[in-house]
Design a protein around this ligand. Structure first.
Ligand code: DX5
Ligand code: ZN
Length: 218
C-alpha cells in the first residue's frame, strides 16, 4: 500500500473564536486530515473538548477527522466520538489495559483504529497489535500541550518499527514538535503522517504555514 505523506494540522493551537476560518484556511491549503486533541485533565494535565466540538467540526469540513483521545477511559466514549464524526480514533496504550477490546470496538463502529505510544513507552506492545490496528501514533512530546520541544530519541523507536509496520499496511504518524527544523529528520525515519499544531496555527498565515510544511513531503 502506497501511503501519501501528509501534514495533519492539530486544532489545539487554532484560535477557537474563529475555528471555522482556521479550518477553512488549512483545507484550502490542501489539508486532508485534521487532528483533534481530546484531553481529560487526568491522563494529561490539560482539558480540551469532547464529542460536541468534534461534531461541530464535522459540520465544517470534509477532511478526515482523527480523534486523539488523551483520556483514562477512552472505551467509555468511543461510540460518542464515532457518532460525532471521527473517522479515525487513536487510543493510548498507557490508558488501556485491555486494549484489544477497545481496538475491536473502534473497528466495529466502522472507524480506523490507531494506538498511541508516549515517548517513554517501549514499542514492544506493537507485536501483539499488528492485525488490530490501522495506524500507530508515536508521541514526540509528552502529551498535554502544544508548542513543546521535539524529543529526538523517539526517532530510533520509529526506525526500528518502520518496515514491520509498513509491511502490515499500518500508517506511521508522529505528534509533537513538528516544524520546518525537525521535519526532514522525521521524514527520514519513515513517518507518513505529521501532526503539526503550533507550526501551522501558531503562524500568522495559516494557509502558507501548512503549504510550506507540506511542500517538504514528496
Ligand atoms: C500534544 C498534542 C499535539 C499538539 C502538538 O499533546 O497531542 O497534537 O497539538 O502540538 P505542536 O505541533 O505544537 O507540538
Ligand atoms: Zn495529538
Amino acid at each position: 500500500m502506497k501511503i501519501e505523506k501528509q501534514i495533519c494540522p492539530s486544532v489545539l493551537s487554532a484560535d477557537f473564536s474563529r475555528l471555522a476560518d482556521e479550518i477553512r484556511a488549512v483545507e484550502s491549503a490542501g489539508s486532508k486530515i485534521l487532528h483533534l486533541d481530546v484531553m481529560d485533565g487526568h491522563f494529561v494535565p490539560n482539558l480540551t473538548f469532547g464529542p460536541i466540538i468534534v461534531k461541530a467540526i464535522r459540520n465544517l469540513t470534509n477532511q478526515v477527522l482523527e480523534a486523539h483521545l488523551m483520556m483514562t477511559n477512552p472505551g467509555d466514549f468511543l461510540k460518542q466520538f464515532r457518532d460525532a464524526g471521527a473517522d479515525t480514533i487513536l487510543i493510548h496504550t498507557e490508558t488501556c489495559p485491555h486494549i484489544h477490546r477497545e481496538l475491536a470496538m473502534i473497528r466495529d463502529l466502522g472507524a480506523k483504529a490507531g494506538v498511541v505510544l508516549n515517548p517513554g513507552t517501549p514499542a514492544d506492545i506493537l507485536k501483539t497489535l499488528l492485525p488490530h490496528i490501522d495506524q500507530v501514533l508515536f508521541m514526540s512530546v509528552n502529551p498535554g500541550f502544544g508548542g513543546q520541544a521535539f524529543i529526538p530519541e523517539v526517532l530510533e523507536k520509529i526506525q526500528n518499527w518502520a518496515s514491520v509496520l509498513h509491511d502490515n499496511d499500518i500508517i506511521i504518524e508522529i505528534d509533537g514538535g513538528v516544524n520546518l527544523s525537525t521535519i526532514d529528520q522525521i521524514k527520514a525515519a519513515g513517518v507518513d503522517y505529521f501532526v503539526a499544531g503550533s507550526a501551522v496555527f501558531g503562524n500568522e498565515d495559516t494557509n502558507r504555514a501548512f503549504r510550506s510544511l507540506q511542500s517538504r513531503l514528496p
